[in-house]
Design a protein around this ligand. Structure first.
Ligand SMILES: Cc1ncc(COP(=O)(O)O)c(C=O)c1O
Length: 405
């Protein structure tokens, strides 16, 4: 009888060779989970403050979105491949909200894919894109896989971009400046003046700005939102990235988009469409949900922002009372990025693992977001309810008092 099993005399299987590029692929936000599971297996009650998934907590997509998804699931027209660059109605709705022609909208599998496509379309080996330090780790991973060079600009006081440092780091191989506003992992929001100086710098160097604005509706005091950067950009091209994951509390939908603002982006748009064609399509039913997200008033936001504000306030107050910990106050989203100012740890990873072993609090080391931080930092997600946050802060306080004295 034919069989796929190796015969007894076959030599032992060799491990399949993995490309050298894969050495660049890691994802610190999830990497820590393996170790955390071992701690959990010992019966330690865990505080999963490592991953920014609002749906593990008391947040959910607005019902008008899920209703539209349900309707699409029952309609066989949406069971096939969608148009590669996105559902036509969704692109039309986005085009209207972005004041762009529909050809300037590209729908992707989460913003992650959109960013990956944008970087593939911009970078050759040896190029760089200028990234904030700290930043969302996907950027550096993709850049390295594409053979790019790391190039990080500092964010200084209150995690605001340092325009002088940015100027120093721009070089002939820089293909774009990335701004993540509001920022993950710091929760910082950049004022218009800062955004304008970044735009001017990009203009001087004739390169586009990649504006990751995936948290733009989650500015905790909406009156402090600077608005989307393309409105300040004049003739400087802006590749704006958004999606359902954060603003609409629907990360599992895996729908994101790029809106291409400004001149000189025809070839870039055509490259993106070819990348979209090659991967066929984004889930069509979920895109129908995204139409509802774009067209419906964002009535889900006031309640969500109010929860996030009081959780942020609790975290800032408690963290700043703990010896050896200092934090700035995030202005948006649901991340806080405190500094460890005293204690026996040599690296932030050492701190984060010790904290996890002793208290069950799972954070992410700051070095996962930048290799250039000046000090020990870690990121916590404050999506949990106040009672859990307070219990975790009690544990952190006890832990630090023991370590710092
Ligand atoms: C700054 C930033 N950009 C992009 C993404 C990717 O989002 P998506 O879920 O749409 O792929 C995330 C996800 O956490 C993020 O924090």
């Amino acid at each position: 009888m034919p069989t796929n099993l190796p015969s007894k005399s076959a030599p032992p299987a060799q491990p399949v060779r993995v490309s050298r590029r894969m050495a660049h692929v890691s994802y610190p936000i999830r990497d820590i989970v393996q170790r955390a599971r071992q701690v959990a297996a010992r019966g330690v009650p865990m505080h999963w403050f490592n991953i920014g998934d609002p749906n593990r907590f008391d947040f959910a997509p607005p019902p008008w979105i899920t209703k539209a998804v349900h309707a699409a699931l029952d309609d066989p027209r949406f069971s096939g491949y969608a148009p590669s660059d996105g559902d036509e109605d969704l692109r039309a709705a986005l085009a209207e909200s972005e004041s762009l022609p529909a050809e300037r909208i590209i729908v992707s599998n989460g913003l992650s894919e959109g960013l990956s496509f944008a970087m593939q379309a911009l970078m050759d080996a040896g190029d760089n894109i200028l990234l904030p330090s700290p930043n969302y780790p996907l950027y550096a991973t993709i850049s390295r896989v594409l053979g790019g060079e790391d190039n990080l600009y500092s964010c200084g006081r209150q995690w605001q971009p340092d325009a002088d440092d940015m100027r120093r780091r721009l070089n002939a191989r820089t293909r774009a400046i990335v701004i993540i506003n509001p920022n993950n992992p710091t929760g910082a929001v950049y004022p218009r003046k800062t955004l304008k100086s970044i735009i001017d710098l990009a203009g001087e160097h004739s390169i586009p700005v990649i504006a990751d604005e995936i948290y733009d509706k989650l500015v905790l005091e909406p009156s402090q939102s600077p608005g989307p950067v393309h409105l300040l950009a004049g003739d400087v091209p802006v590749i704006r990235g958004c999606g359902l994951s954060k603003n609409f509390f629907y990360p599992g939908a895996r729908v994101g988009w790029l809106a291409l603002h400004g001149p000189g982006l025809d070839d870039f748009a055509s490259a993106l469409v070819r990348l979209c064609n090659a991967r066929l399509s984004v889930n069509w039913e979920m895109q129908r949900g995204a139409i509802a997200a774009v067209q419906h008033a964002p009535d889900h936001l006031p309640a969500a922002l109010s929860k996030l504000r009081s959780r942020r306030d609790l975290m800032v107050r408690r963290l700043n009372e703990i010896p050896g910990i200092r934090t700035t106050s995030p202005q948006a989203a649901f991340y806080i990025f405190p500094q460890v100012t005293a204690g026996p740890w040599k690296t932030d990873t050492e701190f984060v693992y010790d904290l996890m072993e002793q208290t069950g609090i799972v954070g992410v080391p700051g070095s996962g977001f930048s290799s250039q931080l000046n000090g020990l930092f870690f990121r916590l997600v404050y999506l949990s309810k106040e009672d859990e946050l307070a219990a975790a802060m009690d544990k952190l306080e006890k832990f630090m008092k023991k370590k710092v004295g």
